[in-house]
Design a protein around this ligand. Sequence first.
Ligand code: SF4
Ligand code: SF4
Length: 195
Amino acid sequence: MVGKVRFKCVQCGNCCRDKNFIITITHKDTIRLANHLKCDLKELLSKYIGFYQVRKELENRLVFPAISTYRGNAFLGLRKKSDGSCLFLRDDNLCEIYAARPLVCRSFPFTFEVKEGWLSWGLMAKAEEICPGLGQGEIVSEKSLEKMGKEIIRELEEYRKIVSIWNHHAKVEQLDPVLLLTTFFEEPKLPPQST
Ligand code: SF4
Ligand code: SF4
């Protein structure tokens, strides 16, 4: 937990341009994005989102769960341009999919966790380094942080459960990760039995 923080996004686009960030997404982000772009989940996977692998020692540091794939553990995230910036970052630094931007984008530069039943919040690693919006504008109220934190924690918990069921089945039989999106995300359920 950090003290009171002033924050107002000044639309510099730095957080969308950092090539080291994986713009991780949840099951709900995926569906919101598909609805916004008016495409199905298969098309979303072929054009806009993808699986990212990180060094083993970094896997446990991410708050998002790693997904078992036939190529090893990976994180689901938005695709990037060749310069490492987000696929949806426009030339004027605005977000092409603002209304459907993922949870991590909506919560940046804040991060939330629950420890022993208590919700606490802080700033994301590197936020102070890259975000000129910190220190600008109004003090962010405890109430809005609590509201944001609860929403994020709830969605992340749900996502972790879905991924955990998926990972259990993916270890038993080699499943195509497309199935994760098309069967688990739309309507969480067990994968179809192989014949
Ligand atoms: S780095 Fe901060 S100020 Fe710049 S776009 Fe991101 S949130 Fe806004
Ligand atoms: S989805 Fe939008 S807000 Fe999020 S990183 Fe991409 S351009 Fe930035």
